[in-house]
Design a protein around this ligand. Structure first.
Ligand code: DC
Length: 226
C-alpha cells in the first residue's frame, strides 16, 4: 500500500543555516534530505561551463534540453550528478552562487525543476530546503519552517565556510554578494523567496547549529505526531 509521505519544508535566505539544519533533522527522523538550491546551482554550473553568460536568458532556456542532470540517493541524501559526475564542491564557489541566483529567476528553469522536486516528496519522507518549498513546491507540507538570521550573522557564517574551503574572499565581498543575492531572490517575479503564510518563523541569530537544531526539533515535536 502507498502510505502518505511526510514532508518538512525549510525555507530561508542564504547563510541562514537551513542546509545544516535540514540535514540534521532528516538524519534524526530517518527522512531523505533534499537540497533544492543544489539543483539551481548545478544548472548554473552547466551554463557557466558552456560559456553562456548569466544574463543570456534565451541561451539558458535553450540549454535546458541539453542538460544531463540526475539525482541519486546516497546515504539518505539526494546527490546531484551533472554529466554523470557529482559536482558538490564546484557548485559552492562564489561565482556559482551568482549564476544559480540568475538562472533561478527564469520561469522555464523553475518549471524544468518542478516535477523533479515534487516527485521525490511523493515517494519519500523528506526534509526539503530551498526558497519556495513551502509556497510552491510543497504547499501542503506537514510542517513549514522559515529560518532566518541577521545578515551579519549570515555573512560571517558564509565567510567562515568559504575560508575553510581555501577560497580567497573578504568578509565585505561576502556580505555584498549576499545582499545582492537576497535582493535578487526576494524580488523576482516568480516564486520569490518569501515565507509561506503558515510557516513557523525561526530566527537563529546568535544560535549555534546545535541550538538551531534543538529549537527546530521542538517545533517538529510540537506540531507533528512522529
Ligand atoms: O540555497 P542556496 O543558496 O544553495 O540556493 C542557490 C540559489 O538558488 C539561490 O540564490 C536561490 C535559488 N533557489 C531558488 O530560487 N529556489 C530554491 N528552492 C532553492 C534555491
Amino acid at each position: 500500500m502507498n502510505t502518505k509521505k511526510i514532508s518538512i519544508a525549510i525555507d530561508g535566505p542564504s547563510g541562514s543555516g537551513k542546509g545544516t539544519l535540514a540535514k540534521k533533522l532528516a538524519n534524526k527522523l530517518g527522512f531523505i534530505y533534499v537540497d533544492t538550491g543544489a539543483l539551481y546551482r548545478t544548472i548554473g554550473l552547466d551554463v557557466q561551463r558552456k560559456g553562456i553568460a548569466s544574463d543570456d536568458t534565451e541561451s539558458i532556456i535553450k540549454n535546458l534540453s541539453q542538460i544531463d542532470i540526475n539525482m541519486v540517493n546516497v546515504n539518505s541524501q539526494v546527490q546531484i550528478l551533472l554529466d554523470g559526475e557529482p559536482v558538490d564542491d564546484e557548485i559552492r564557489t562564489p561565482t556559482s552562487s551568482i549564476y544559480s541566483s540568475c538562472v533561478s529567476k527564469i520561469p522555464e528553469v523553475r518549471l524544468f525543476l518542478l516535477d523533479l522536486q515534487k516527485n521525490i516528496a511523493l515517494k519519500n519522507n523528506v526534509v526539503m530546503d530551498g526558497r519556495d518549498i513551502g509556497t510552491v513546491i510543497l504547499p501542503k507540507a506537514d510542517l513549514k519552517i522559515f529560518l532566518h538570521a541577521d545578515e551579519h550573522d549570515r555573512a560571517q557564517r558564509r565567510y567562515n565556510e568559504l575560508i575553510s574551503k581555501g577560497e580567497d574572499v573578504t568578509y565585505e565581498k561576502v556580505l555584498a554578494d549576499m545582499r545582492w543575492r537576497d535582493a535578487n531572490d526576494k524580488t523576482r517575479e516568480i516564486a520569490p523567496a518569501v515565507p509561506a503564510a503558515d510557516a513557523v518563523m525561526l530566527d537563529n541569530s546568535g544560535l549555534s547549529p546545535d541550538e538551531t537544531f534543538e529549537a527546530a526539533l521542538k517545533i517538529v515535536k510540537d506540531r507533528l505526531a512522529l
